[in-house]
Design a protein around this ligand. Structure first.
Ligand SMILES: Cc1cc2nc3c(=O)[nH]c(=O)nc-3n(C[C@H](O)[C@H](O)[C@H](O)COP(=O)(O)OP(=O)(O)OC[C@H]3O[C@@H](n4cnc5c(N)ncnc54)[C@H](O)[C@@H]3O)c2cc1C
Length: 521
């Protein structure tokens, strides 16, 4: 999403641009995540690019929350319509990038050993693009099929009658479990952390609704623009504890019955900051789980107890909890009985040995900084980005890094795009970066870098806001904790939680003040 749009804008400036993409086609997230059940949690029509009225009118989403194949088709249509492929090299993984100070340019190294150089280097490498396997022994020894959800085969996988394991119950795990359970002979789910899942309430878009959507794109995007997270949902102005318990319950019930992230993004404004307010919605969802899962012992395993609602990414589901009422589905709580190893025939936990035909790793990603860590990025004086970020990222606006001149990081850590209906924030990021490059060209500047002070101030600001939020007190990819990644056990903070409107305002102010906080040569 980010790379395609940035390419489009840079071409308009008449620059020579080369995009390196490790996949064999366009689409990023939607190219890689082909697992059954993969689909939007954003309303489809709030997710597409807004920059071309023609594209908006030509393209028709078929569902309120479209599935991966449709989104991949959409991004291919975009690439063709704007003739973007000619500047993209596919199957080209960047492994290293180092800044040559004398020449003021970036030297880029690719997996096949070839090299390229550039006066400006823009990363559009995604926050959920570095797949992460679980940290268990024996993965390679398994003799059946096994797939990470983000590296799913391009051919259909048949589950009929098979003994299948799914490891992981995050947003992806939930989507894949509810799909696989439909045809699997037997499905065993290995859960470490139960999440608060809420109904997606998806449905097809009929012709009338399609016409309404196409006629109201300006309002749709205005609404997203005004909301904290770039979604069609914005926080309710009321506080959870100022209304009566009956009114509160009725409001939660209404949100639970509505489509999308309303229950997360459109809830009472204090549920993210006040533990008592948060407990009211957490208790509501816990009760829903207990109502929907027939076996009370299984229900209790699915009920989160160590964090509050919305403090981790909320998975949206369609009959997810009912899956556990099926005879062919079994839940293993790996906090009670940890996985000891993957064996040639299946999975061994501390108390049992399970045999499988197929293991699905829904273990997610080394989020936000993972794609950066997988490239050896070196700035001025050979400083490694990985070392600079060893105690957590430090950036200016999540878009540039002191000591790494002419490197721009779309959707980078501490950028509002990390906690956003991402394309809405991608467009802002790309337009700001394009403006910066135009400014450099107009002024004859060849080098840009933020000051230490500007970077420190932004990083402090990110933490000042984050520390007020309840999700700062919870281990999750938001706080940079991933037990499967060595060195990522300590809490930092990877997002910007001050909201897209405040972020946009700050970026605009910096630009209006001659890119205050940035040094040009
Ligand atoms: C299953 C799933 C569902 C999602 N649903 C939503 C949703 O409903 N709403 C929402 O807002 N967001 C959603 N997201 C987040 C999603 O990642 C973004 O919406 C969006 O795709 C981000 O676009 P991007 O261009 O920043 O990154 P990506 O789409 O991740 O693209 C990054 C690209 O960089 C390439 N790359 C990375 N490293 C290298 C390298 N070293 N060399 C060469 N190429 C490299 C990757 O191959 C990839 O193609 C979802 C994510 C997942 C995984």
């Amino acid at each position: 999403m980010a790379g395609l749009y940035q390419l489009y804008r840079l071409r308009e400036l008449g620059l020579s641009v080369r995009v390196f993409e490790s996949g064999a086609g366009v689409g990023g997230t939607w190219y890689w995540n082909r697992y059954p059940g993969a689909r939007f949690d954003s309303e489809s029509y709030s997710y597409g690019y807004s920059f071309s009225e023609e594209l908006l009118q030509e393209w028709a989403w078929s569902e309120h929350f479209s599935a991966q194949p449709e989104t991949l088709r959409y991004l291919n249509v975009v690439a063709d319509k704007f003739d973007l492929r000619q500047d993209i090299e596919f199957n080209r993984r960047v492994t290293a990038a180092s800044y040559d100070e004398d020449a003021n340019r970036w030297e880029i190294e690719l997996e096949d050993g070839s090299r390229a150089c550039a006066s400006l280097l823009i990363t559009a490498i995604g926050i959920l693009s570095a797949p992460q396997m679980p940290n268990v022994e024996g993965i390679d020894s398994f003799q059946g099929d096994s797939f990470h959800t983000s590296r799913w085969p391009h051919e259909p996988v048949d589950f009929t009658g098979k003994r299948i394991a799914v490891i992981g119950t995050g947003a992806t795990g939930v989507q894949v479990i509810q799909e696989v359970a439909k045809t699997a002979g037997h499905l065993t789910v290995f859960q470490r952390t139960p999440n608060y899942c809420a109904p997606l309430q998806n449905g097809p878009i009929d012709d009338d609704t399609q016409r309404q959507i196409k006629a109201s794109y300006p309002e749709i995007f205005d609404k997203c623009r005004a909301s904290h997270g770039g979604f069609l949902h914005n926080a309710d102005p009321r506080y959870a504890l100022e209304v009566s318990p009956e009114e509160r319950e009725a409001f939660y019930e209404k949100l639970y019955g509505e489509p999308g992230f309303g229950i997360w993004m459109g809830n009472f404004r204090d549920i993210f900051v006040d533990p008592e307010a948060n407990e009211t919605i957490s208790a509501f969802i816990r009760n829903k789980i207990r109502e929907r899962v027939k076996d009370p012992a299984v229900a209790e395993k699915l009920v989160p107890t160590d964090h509050g609602f919305g403090t981790r990414r909320v998975p949206l589901e369609t009959h997810y909890y009912e899956v556990y009422n099926q005879d062919n589905v079994f839940l293993v709580d790996v906090r009670e009985t940890p996985i000891e190893r993957i064996t040639p025939t299946g999975i061994r936990t501390s108390d049992a040995e399970y045999a499988f035909d197929l293991i699905i790793y829904a273990t997610g990603f080394d989020a936000v900084t993972g794609a950066f860590d997988r490239i050896d990025i070196r700035g001025v004086g050979g400083q490694k980005l990985k070392d600079k970020w060893a105690d957590g990222p430090r950036t200016c606006l999540g878009l540039q890094i002191e000591g790494f001149p002419n490197l721009l990081t779309l959707v980078g850590p501490h950028n509002a795009a990390t906690f956003c209906n991402i394309p809405r924030c991608i467009e802002q990021n790309v337009e700001w970066v394009t403006g910066l490059i135009r400014y450099m060209r107009d002024h004859g500047y060849k080098r840009v870098e933020p000051t230490v002070e500007a970077e420190d101030a932004w990083t402090e600001h990110v933490y000042e806001i984050a520390t007020r939020m309840l999700f700062y007190q919870v281990d999750s990819w938001f706080t940079g904790v991933n037990p499967n990644v060595p060195g990522k056990q300590k809490r930092t903070f990877l997002l910007y939680s001050g909201g897209a409107p405040a972020y946009r305002e700050k970026c605009d102010e910096v630009a209006a003040n001659g890119y205050e906080g940035f040094v040009f040569h």
